[in-house]
Design a binder for this molecule. Structure first.
Ligand SMILES: Nc1ncnc2c1ncn2[C@@H]1O[C@H](COP(=O)(O)OP(=O)(O)OP(=O)(O)O)[C@@H](O)[C@H]1O
Ligand SMILES: [Mg+2]
Length: 596
């Protein structure tokens, strides 16, 4: 069809006509795509061949329309290695660079002037992107470079990342955790008041953040049981299984009464009719004593009313006692009492005040598996409630590693409160300054509604067809065909698309210094198998028994890396006024709220 199309031509010094390999001509264009006719380039020099994943710029008047090259086709019957071979490029259009009266050259999604037939196209140049990003978004940071050319920076907007949630997906080992760590380093540097809570199932993030991170382990966690709502409390008491309805009803009846007794004094211990817990529900986050709860159950067992459900109540009582006495649950029931420790809990987990450690790494692997969901649920719920109670002054980014575990696509297999808490952040968090980072190796197993709320996605290599299909559905119409090459990305390489990147791009994350990377507990790539033969059985047994006395190695040079290794766009340093806007929260305001 387009063999006849005009092509850029040049006459060389021996008088031969030949086409310019660096340019092409638009021969067809619809609302989303342009077809460009050109000639195959020289395969020796990377900047003179055309390949899938390159960003292409098309000159249209004073504007430059930008798109991602997703298909390259040979436009003739045969290939002639001695002369020029015509090829067709299919480019998905994503945005344009145009002059703005106030801001100079800007880059924006959407196209005001489509390419005309005959418009000249070329591979994007460094000046097209870097200067434009820098001038149009003060929160722009460089996270790597475009795959097509190492000297063109890949830039993201930190503001857009945080305000509209983001996801990092990719097969295992492709570099997701390292990419997230890189983003978190940059966020911590440019937004010193941004709190980050990492749900870390493999205990790998602590080493990456040095003294910026506050690590919470099963041993150091102090989460008063009364912060749990009824469903979360059930998970603990029934050890992760469904509780019997009668027992749950009894908890729903007695917990509010125990709360009333604590709040209004012992005089209120007089038995009252069911449901007379005053204005409290079993979900209200106010303290109560377990002793009161057990006493109320005892009183019911001894009463005439309680005769019918005596067995149920005895069972419930013994379950509660078993949980209280289980040393693995000491982080919940440690002090057995209702002392109102909410100040220290909030200041430790949610960094109020930040005190130089904006990042909380919650190491989940030491938490008993039966209650890990409950704990994750409370933490996500509180992150949202805190933002609400502080009028959005306490802004938290909740990072969910292995997110398909808490928010799976199959709603039956998830713990409802954790899913609800994360879904609430996904849907409403933006209004209050709570954001989500979703990381998963199986996007197909992740709740699609949560994925669709992530406005920026970094998709590393995805080999599985189903996972690729999910990504295709999750993203906007404009960049679907570009996902065709997801399975062929190299390690550390990704397609980035969504609100934080302006235009979909194939890019490679910058190299993160070893000391600033998450340290996987597993064998790292290239480990010599012979070197593994020095394992000590004593060490293994100690580890099996959960002795965590070995200190985590912390490294302080992460910051140094960020400061020194930033050759391209940088956001301006945060002002003194920003740093001073640190909040001191009145934790009581939380207690007044009823959880919903
Ligand atoms: N940007 C990077 N800079 C330096 N090394 C990297 C980078 N990205 C990945 N790596 C290396 O690649 C390996 C795998 O990275 P990473 O642990 O981040 O992968 P992952 O996708 O999170 O894997 P998993 O699914 O198993 O959690 C690590 O050894 C890491 O050091
Ligand atoms: Mg990982």
């Amino acid at each position: 069809m387009s063999n006849q199309a005009p092509l850029p031509t040049e006459v060389d010094n021996v008088g031969l006509l030949h086409r310019d390999r660096a340019e092409g001509i638009v021969v067809e264009c619809n609302g989303t795509e342009a077809t460009i006719s050109t000639v195959a380039g020289d395969t020796e020099a990377s900047d003179s061949y055309w390949a899938v994943g390159q960003l292409i710029s098309i000159q249209v008047g004073k504007n430059r329309v930008v798109g991602l090259l997703h298909t390259v086709e040979h436009d003739a019957e045969t290939w002639d290695s001695n002369s020029e071979n015509p090829i067709l490029l299919k480019v998905e259009l994503s945005g344009e660079v145009r002059a703005d009266e106030r801001r100079g050259m800007i880059f924006s999604g959407g196209i005001t002037q489509y390419p005309y037939i005959g418009a000249v196209a070329h591979r994007i140049r460094k000046k097209d992107l870097s200067t434009i990003y820098r001038s149009s978004d003060p929160s722009a940071v460089t996270i790597g470079s475009l795959s097509q050319s190492a000297d063109i920076p890949a830039v993201v907007s930190v503001d857009a990342l945080l305000s509209r949630h983001f996801a990092v997906v990719g097969t295992t080992g492709t570099g997701k955790s390292t990419a997230v760590t890189l983003l978190l380093h940059l966020i911590a540097k440019h937004k010193p008041n941004q709190r980050v809570l990492i749900l870390d199932p493999h205990n790998e993030y602590t080493s990456a953040f040095g003294d910026k991170a506050n690590t919470i382990t099963a041993e150091s966690l102090d989460l008063p049981f009364w912060l749990l709502n009824l469903e979360e409390f059930q998970q603990v008491i029934f050890r992760g299984r469904e509780g019997s309805e009668e027992e749950v009803d009894a908890l729903r009846e007695f917990i509010p009464q125990a709360k009333t007794m604590y709040r209004y004094g012992a005089g209120n211990s007089v038995r009252r009719k069911a449901g007379s817990g005053g204005s409290f529900t079993a979900d209200t986050p106010v303290p109560y004593r377990l002793a009161d709860l057990l006493k109320l159950i005892d009183e019911e067992i001894g009463s005439l009313d309680g005769a019918l459900r005596r067995l149920t109540l005895r069972l419930l009582k013994s379950r509660i006692e078993a949980a209280i006495n289980d040393p693995r649950f000491s982080f919940l029931f440690g002090s057995h009492d209702a002392s109102d420790r909410i100040d220290s809990v909030l200041s430790n987990i949610y960094r109020v005040p930040i005190a130089g450690k904006p990042i909380t790494v919650f190491q989940m692997s030491g938490i008993p598996s039966e209650v890990v969901n409950s704990v994750a649920s409370v933490l996500c719920r509180l992150a949202f409630d805190l933002a609400l109670a502080s009028n959005s002054k306490v802004k938290t980014l909740v990072v969910c590693e292995e997110a398909h575990r808490y928010i799976p696509s199959d709603s039956g297999s998830a713990f409802a409160p954790t899913r609800d808490a994360i879904a609430r952040i996904a849907k409403e968090g933006r209004k209050y300054g709570v954001s989500l980072a979703i990381i998963t190796q199986r996007p197909n197993e992740l709740d699609p509604t949560i994925l669709s709320q992530c406005n920026t996605v970094f998709s590393l290599r995805l080999g599985n067809d189903e996972d690729q299909n999910v990504m295709r559905k999750a993203i906007s119409n404009g960049s679907r065909s570009t996902l065709a090459f997801l399975s062929s990305l190299a390690d550390r390489e990704c397609i980035a698309f969504g609100s934080a990147v302006s235009t979909p791009m194939r890019m490679r994350f910058r190299n993160l210094a070893l000391s600033a990377r998450p340290s996987s507990q597993n064998v790292s790539d290239g480990d010599d198998i012979m070197a593994q033969d020095n394992a000590s059985l004593t060490d293994i047994v100690t580890a099996l028994r959960g002795d965590s006395s070995k200190e985590h190695q912390t490294v302080n040079d992460a910051e140094e890396w960020v400061l020194h290794d930033e050759p391209f766009a940088t956001a301006p340093a945060p002002s003194y006024a920003d740093a001073k806007s640190e909040v001191t929260l009145k934790p009581r305001s939380l207690l007044k709220r009823k959880s919903d």
